[in-house]
Write a protein that binds this ligand. Sequence first.
Ligand code: 5GP
Length: 143
Amino acid sequence: MTSPADYDDNNIFAKILRGEIPSHRVYEDERTIAFMDVMPQAPGHVLVLPKAPSRNLLDADPATLTHAISVVQKIANAVKDVFDADGVFIAQFNESAAGQTVFHLHFHVIPRHEGVALKPHSGKMEDGAVLAANAEKIRAVLA
Ligand code: 5GP
């Protein structure tokens, strides 16, 4: 079973949380942050992370999960509005076998439009200006 001891605090999201690497943040509270995925599977792809270190859902504190999912809901409604989406895809991967590539718990929040395929997971890096503009639009509806 995954345990908190398996958490590596040199993962890229731990560095973002410590401010060592920049991100396009859309939301932050005491326990959670949300920022744009640099390789979005659709415009408006946001990642929601509890600040508490856990490798993934398997070793997370249930109270942390409870708060995080409420933030996922908030961000899902925001991106649905901003990107005029038909639906919102929520994804969360646990361990490499399930597709996880960064080992700090996070939820993907991805606006979906009828008939538009998702781009590949961890595919192509988006232009920073596009991410910044999308983050600004999301922050505006959350304000
Ligand atoms: P996972 O496969 O672990 O569920 O997803 C990790 C996600 O993090 C991928 O969608 C990938 O595009 C994204 N990602 C990887 N490196 C960075 C980074 O440095 N900054 C941001 N904002 N996203 C990243």
